[in-house]
Write a protein that binds this ligand. Sequence first.
Ligand SMILES: *Cc1c(COP(=O)(O)O)cnc(C)c1O
Length: 394
Amino acid sequence: MPSPFDSLTSFANQKLAALEALHRRRHLVLSERGANMRIGNLISFTDNDYLGLSTDRRVIEAACAATESYGAGAGASRLITGNHPLYTALEEKLATLKGAEAAIVFGSGFMTNCGTIPALVGPQDVIFADALIHASLHAGIKLSGAAAYFFDHNDTSDLKRLLTTYRATGNRALLLVDGVYSMDGDQAPIQELASLAEAYDTWLMVDDAHGFGTLGGGKGTVAQAGETDRVPLMMGTLSKAVGAYGGYLAAPAPVIELMKSRARSLVYTTGLPPGVIAAALMALEIIESEPDRCARPLLLARRFTDALGLSRAESAIVPLPVGDDQSALAADHALQNLGFKVAAIRPPTVPKGTARLRVSFSATHSDADVETLITAVKDLKLNDPARSEDKQAS
Ligand SMILES: *Cc1c(COP(=O)(O)O)cnc(C)c1O
C-alpha cells in the first residue's frame, strides 16, 4: 500500500523542483548578527534594525533583567495569566507616541494584521487596498472574508474610482495601506488617503512597520504627514526599528477594547516573553529621547541616493532595480565579495521582472560604511538605470 509519507514527500519534491527551475527556491542562510550592522566580516545593509536597538546595551540589559525576574516565557495567553504588568507600560507608551487613545500589543506585526482586520470587517463588508501592501495584510484580508479591491500603487485616482464603484456594495469599509512600502521605500500619500476615506465613510488603516522609529521624529509616517487625528487605525511592529519583537495597533479606546475579545491572534496565542516586552519598552524610551538617532537612517539613505543620482530616498529603504532574478542574485554575490550584505529581493515578494537589491540604512552605520557602499555600487554600476531596463526588455 502506498504510504502517505511517499505522496507527501513526492508532493514537496515536485514543488521544490518547480521553484528551483524558476530560480525561486528560498534558502535559510545562517547569520550571526553583531553590533553596528556587522554579520561576521560583512557590513549589513539589509536589516530592518533601523536604529541599531536590537544590539543596544540598554535594551539588552532591560531584556536580561526582566528575564531574570520573571522568567523566559509568558506561560499562557494574555487573557489567562500571560498579561504581565510590563504590557501596561508598553501600551501606554505606544499610545502616547502614536498620539492615539489606546494601543494593544500582539505577538508580531503579522499576527496584528491577521487579528485586527477580521475583527473589524467580515463578508458583508468591503476592503480597499494598495496593490503593494504587505503579505500580512493580505492574510488578514483573506481571514476576514470581505471582498477586496486593489488600487494601483499610490494612485489615489484609481482608489477613488474603486470607492465610487464598490463602496456601496459593502456595509463597513476598510482602506489598507503601508506607511512606507517595504520593498520600494516610498511613502503612502497619507493626506489624500485620509480625505478619500472620510469622503467615502471608510476606515483608514496604516501599516507603519517601516516608518515607526525612523520618520516623524520616530512617531512614524502618519505623524510626519501631520495627519494623526485623521488616521483611526495605526499598526506597526516592535521587530524593526524598535529592535525587539511584537506588533501593535494604536486606535480609539473602544477599538482596542474590542480586540481583547475579538482578535483571534491575540486571544488564542501565548503572551510575549517578559524580556521581549521590557526590551521594546526600553527601546521606545530611547526613540522618545534620541531624535538624532531616529533621523539618521533617512539622512544616510539620502546621502546614498544623492551620491548615486537615484531618486531621493523617502525612507531608510532604497531599492536598486536590477531586472531579472539571476541579475539580482549576481549583484548580491558581487556586493558580498566586496564586504557587504545586501539582500536580493525576487518574485513573488516583488512583481515579476522587478527583482531588486533592497538597501536599508541604520543609525549605527558609520559615515565610512555608507561611503564604501557608495563606491562599491558605483564600481559595479548598479546605479545605472539603463542596466535594469535592458534586463527587463530581454
Ligand atoms: C515586517 C512587516 C510586517 C510584519 O511584522 P513582524 O513583526 O515582522 O511580523 C507587517 N507589515 C509590514 C509592512 C512589514 O514590513
